[in-house]
Ligand binder design. Structure first.
Ligand code: NAD
Length: 302
């Protein structure tokens, strides 16, 4: 049986630490961290994400604000808002909720954010600093993964780690963080010919593909650490009898459940450590966004 890593518990610990840092910053500098979130359009999932970020800010004592823009907004409209936020002394973190409507140039928008206030860590300057191992703001989900490993005492140095997924927001930065901690990393993606060959001997397997049941028990070694980043919503009509039984409460109430990319019920008995979905990597993402914001506030008020 694996040790189940509770992201919920670790995220709560991190938020408590941040609360203390907020009190210290207010006491010594008279500064309260401020986060501004730009939301363009009416994407229902984005609204939920933004509301959760605001809730997280309130929990740790940040000032937070939401700037709502219509889904007809242009790139230039968004750039004007970012320019105002870049200049405001009371705002230390700026993030633009993705995805953006098709008419908006995402790269222009992300590059307009002052790198020192780029709490999502998506600006090319922050990405470059991560490659060069310089002080920077790191994307929240991958830094949350490294934090989970460290706080569970899992050895990264010298470990064979396999990263499944090579996106800009998870796979690539996570690979760099693992390398910076001296792991030997294989990176897999949709064109990888034999995924199992890369996962089956790894000490640490991190999966961020968005494919339910991608990682099965014959693909991980006994005692491996398995970190599941995937979030897949499965409705009752698509669920297997085992899943219907396991998540009966969810199906009864919501008609659907959330699962990761790992066949959890089969992999868990073989793994040494494993993250559940939900309650694993998910809660860490907001905790690390808050951590980036206090870091930015401290640096900007030096
Ligand atoms: P993405 O779609 O940008 O990237 C997916 C990656 O997986 C790509 O590199 C792709 O090549 C690879 N891939 C897809 N199918 C594969 C297969 N069959 N074999 C090997 N590789 C395959 O996705 P993303 O934004 O990186 O997100 C990945 C998953 O993580 C999604 O389910 C997303 O919802 C979830 N996610 C969770 C959090 C969180 O806070 N827990 C944060 C971000 C993303």
């Amino acid at each position: 049986m694996a040790k189940i890593i509770s992201g919920t518990k670790i995220a709560a610990d991190i938020k408590n630490e941040i609360k203390q840092e907020v009190a210290e910053l207010e006491r010594t500098k008279g500064v309260k961290p401020g986060l501004s979130v730009i939301l363009v359009g009416d994407n229902p999932a984005s609204k939920v994400y933004v509301a959760n970020k605001q809730k997280g800010c309130a929990e740790v004592g940040f000032i937070s604000e939401e700037i709502k823009m219509p889904d007809t907004a242009t790139t230039s409209d968004v750039l004007k808002e970012i320019d105002k936020l870049n200049k405001r002394a009371d705002i230390h973190g700026i993030l633009v909720q993705l995805p953006l409507p098709a008419q908006i140039n995402k790269n222009d928008v992300l590059e307009a954010i002052l790198p020192e206030k780029d709490v999502d860590g998506f600006h090319p300057v922050n990405m470059g600093r991560l490659v060069a191992q310089q002080e920077c703001l790191v994307p929240a989900t991958p830094s949350g993964i490294i934090e989970l490993l460290k706080r569970e005492g899992i050895t990264i140095k010298g470990a064979n780690a396999t990263m499944v997924g090579h996106s800009e927001i998870v796979g690539k930065p996570c690979t760099l963080l693992l390398l910076n901690e001296w792991a030997t990393v294989s990176i897999c993606h949709i064109e990888t010919r034999d995924l199992k060959m890369h996962t089956k001997d790894a000490d640490i397997v991190i999966v961020a593909a968005g494919v339910p049941y991608l990682i099965k028990e014959d693909m991980v070694k006994q005692g491996a650490t398995v970190i599941d980043v995937g979030i897949n919503r499965i409705t009752a009509d698509k669920a297997s009898p085992e899943l219907l039984e396991w998540r009966k409460a969810d199906f009864d109430v919501k008609g659907a459940t959330l699962i990761g990319d790992v066949d959890y019920q089969k992999v868990e008995p073989k793994a040494g450590f494993i993250t559940p979905v939900p309650g694993g990597v998910g809660p860490m993402t907001i905790a690390m966004l808050l951590s980036n914001t206090i870091k930015a506030a401290k640096r900007l008020s030096k």
